[in-house]
Design a protein around this ligand. Structure first.
Ligand SMILES: NC(=O)c1ccc[n+]([C@@H]2O[C@H](COP(=O)([O-])OP(=O)(O)OC[C@H]3O[C@@H](n4cnc5c(N)ncnc54)[C@H](OP(=O)(O)O)[C@@H]3O)[C@@H](O)[C@H]2O)c1
Length: 221
């Protein structure tokens, strides 16, 4: 069965980037290293296309002494906007790389070794997430590590698909104009808000690492 972990790397006020999109590096070295260890515990690391375009990430496990398998990389990208010059595409023959789209596979991406999964669309013609999780499961990818950004985090939460949160919080304030870690959830009443139970808190250098497990909807009390 699928297990989805949401990773958030935020300021104290829950922002993942400045208004201009600058996000490197909010959290410190120890937190970043822990994120890499968590990647290694998952089958796939998933991001939204805006994160892939803004940060051009590799999404690999880079920890001294680690020589285990690399998790697959997955980009939610309805219209296949991921450019051929991006690191994820350039390294697709070395590390399994998926684009989840709602349009037929682009030869530009498949020719570079990217596997394009075309799935059912909902709302703004975006991949329907339960279908995405099922499609990834068929590829043998059931432990999924969602690394953002805010829109993708909100979509997974809205669908009730987030089983755990790994929250890395840096002692910095970015302010309300910064980009929120979790986008709009369309929650009308607090009773309907998804609740989580804190399982663990640790200090990682200057940052805090909080681990949460899903409780369900409504207050745990
Ligand atoms: N601090 C951190 O740890 C951290 C981590 C990640 C990102 N960031 C920052 O966050 C910013 C990007 O975040 P963002 O919220 O703007 O974008 P995002 O969540 O990375 O990507 C959103 C895009 O993904 C596509 N998408 C496809 N299926 C989707 C679905 N079911 N639900 C939602 N989106 C879907 C949509 O584009 P299409 O409609 O074209 O498919 C949507 O515009 C960047 O500045 C990045 O640097 C920071």
């Amino acid at each position: 069965m699928a297990h989805v972990t949401l990773k958030l790397g935020t300021s104290l006020d829950g922002r993942i980037a400045t208004a201009a999109g600058e996000s490197r590096w909010i959290t410190g070295e120890a937190a970043r290293e822990q994120v890499h260890r968590l990647r290694a515990e998952h089958d796939a690391v998933l991001v939204g296309i805006e994160t892939a375009l803004a940060d051009d990430p590799e999404l690999t496990v880079r920890v001294a002494g680690y020589n285990g398998p690399q998790p697959a990389r997955v980009v939610l990208d309805s219209r296949q906007r991921l450019g051929s010059e991006r690191r994820l595409v350039l390294s697709a023959r070395e590390v399994p790389t998926y684009v989840v789209a709602t349009t037929p596979a682009e030869p530009r991406l498949t020719g570079a070794g990217v596997k394009v999964l075309t799935v059912r669309a909902v709302g703004e013609d975006r991949p329907e997430l339960k279908t995405v999780v099922e499609a990834l499961g068929k590829e043998g990818l059931s432990r999924i590590f969602v690394e953002g950004g805010g829109q993708v985090a909100a979509s997974f939460i809205r669908c009730g698909l987030v089983d755990a949160i790994e929250w890395f919080r840096a002692p910095v304030l970015i302010g309300g104009e910064g980009r929120p870690a979790v986008g709009a959830l369309a929650i009308a009443a607090l009773a309907a808000a998804p609740h989580f139970r804190r399982a663990e808190v640790r200090e990682l250098g200057p940052d805090l690492w909080e681990r949460y497990e899903k409780v369900g909807h409504g207050s745990p009390d």
